[in-house]
Design a protein around this ligand. Structure first.
Ligand SMILES: [Zn+2]
Ligand SMILES: [Zn+2]
Length: 139
């Protein structure tokens, strides 16, 4: 069981911890590993579905053995549901509402330039702002 010790609490399926604590830890781990936010509902759905499939596989493989893997997969599924909620429906300062970019994962333009914030509340990036031809003044 020495191997299991190096894994995260969620991976160990530590049922003594509060569920939300495990989900919180798992989501932070996942965001560190894959910083780019979900930028569409189908993408979020596909990731949740993948985790749910892994939970089903864990249930099938268990045969009455330890529940650790099942708990870990359940937590991962919940973490991805929460991520979909946060990335797709929650307006958070520091994350573009349209594309999901952040200071750590900016959009990269055609010339390798990063995006900036288009508004004070930092919920919309410059890459997502449509150029406004009306602003051009005719002489
Ligand atoms: Zn954006
Ligand atoms: Zn951006």
């Amino acid at each position: 069981m020495g191997k299991a010790r190096s894994r995260s609490a969620a991976r160990r399926g530590d049922a003594s911890s509060h569920f939300y604590t495990l989900v919180d830890k798992e989501l932070r781990r996942a965001r560190a590993k894959h910083p780019k936010a979900f930028n569409s509902e189908p993408e979020g759905w596909a990731v949740i579905q993948e985790e749910l499939d892994e939970y089903r596989d864990a249930l099938r493989a268990r045969h009455g053995g330890p529940k650790a893997t099942c708990i870990a997969e359940l937590v991962e599924t919940a973490a991805m549901c929460r991520r979909a909620f946060e990335d797709l429906y929650q307006v958070v300062p520091g994350r573009c509402q349209k594309c999901g970019c952040t200071d750590n994962t900016p959009c990269v333009g055609a010339f390798g330039e990063g995006c900036g914030w288009a508004n004070r509340s930092q919920t919309l990036c410059t890459a997502c702002v449509q150029p406004e031809p009306r602003r051009r003044r005719r002489r």
